[in-house]
Design a binder for this molecule. Sequence first.
Ligand SMILES: C[S@@+](CC[C@H](N)C(=O)[O-])C[C@H]1O[C@@H](n2cnc3c(N)ncnc32)[C@H](O)[C@@H]1O
Length: 412
Amino acid sequence: MADVQQLELNWIGKGRWPQLEPRILLEERDKSYGSRHTENMLIYGDNLLALKALEQDYAFRVKCIYIDPPYNTGQAFEHYDDGVEHSQWLNLMAPRLHLLHRLLSNDGSIWISIDDDESHYLKVLCDMIFGRQNFVANVVWHKKYTRSNDAKWFSDNHDHILVYAKNKDKWKINKLPRTEKQDKGYSNPDNDPRGVWASGPCHAKTPNAKDIYPITTPSGKTIMPPPGTSWRFSKTKMELLLQENRIYFGAEGNNVPRYKRFLSDVQDGLVPLTLWMKDEVGDNQEAKKEVKAFNAEDVFGTPKPERLIERILTLATNEGDLVLDSFLGSGTTAAAAHKMGRKWIGIELGEHCDTHCLPRLKQVCEGTDQGGISKVLNWKGGGGFRYYRLAPSQERKMNHEIHETHENSWLN
Ligand SMILES: C[S@@+](CC[C@H](N)C(=O)[O-])C[C@H]1O[C@@H](n2cnc3c(N)ncnc32)[C@H](O)[C@@H]1O
């Protein structure tokens, strides 16, 4: 806790954010779609005001937040500007992250995509808002396969995903499902009644002097750990493992010992790695192909692949949990969440909320979207969403009325 209090990142304009006027969200029923029995929300508007509007009903209710904000790369993309002054970017992110923190449930987590331009500042900013003690991981995503030989210094082919829990002690991450390929390495050469197993070495690379002792094989040979190593287990533990038939010496009982890991012991899934390769979760190219299916004339420039979001939601949520993305872009998070049976709220400021998110999410509900993760999940459609806009500012309305009264007084 001490380092949280000491931590201070300063920049021009920090904390001088305007007082937010609470605004309500108005449903536009002609744009809502599918079943009315839904909590799913597509919101067209600035996320600062929209998050503030959600605060009253959704504080402490969101299980997983994924955001993919502008990275501040200095480019002007077709659908949004990605180059603002550094402190301006921090002023964009900080008040929004404070509100997102409020919305997260006590057992929730936030996942933020970012690249090298701002990732290290974002880490410090998030440490301040979410608490350094709640930092979980910096996932590295292999976003690009090809090399840009015209790049001046490096051909950048990864993004970061910063992961924070609202409260790391309360947060539980799910495991990843095992694949057939991973199960292929398991067999049962000794017909063990506990089923198929894979073997691992019995020696540790970092030796522990007390774990250097001889082991006698079933064929009567004496074996010591390889030079510079020790056994992985203490002598007592090794005796227990031998008794339980968890050490294998080969078909003739004459080989170096191997430790048996049963598939039944690891069946609940895999602990995720922090390096996510494109073959497992897709890359930028795959994401572009996915969004072309919804708007081929005006292709959204910076989408994420549905498989990437699927991975995040698999780890961070269960069916029925609420997912929020306040920089929705082309609607990927909402689409993936919907197909995975999660509830969702998506906020987007640009017109592509109507030109990209809306048609995409309609097709998801209809079941006509068979791209992205649809086939793997056998997605056939269903559900719906409600479309909202922010109600006009009351303050502006009042100022306008005062102004009008004043002007009218001139007429009297
Ligand atoms: C990198 S894109 C997100 C892409 C998205 N992950 C996808 O898969 O399509 C960032 C998005 O944030 C939106 N955005 C930027 N500032 C915003 C704000 N203040 N409120 C809501 N959306 C905003 C931009 O219009 C843009 O669509």
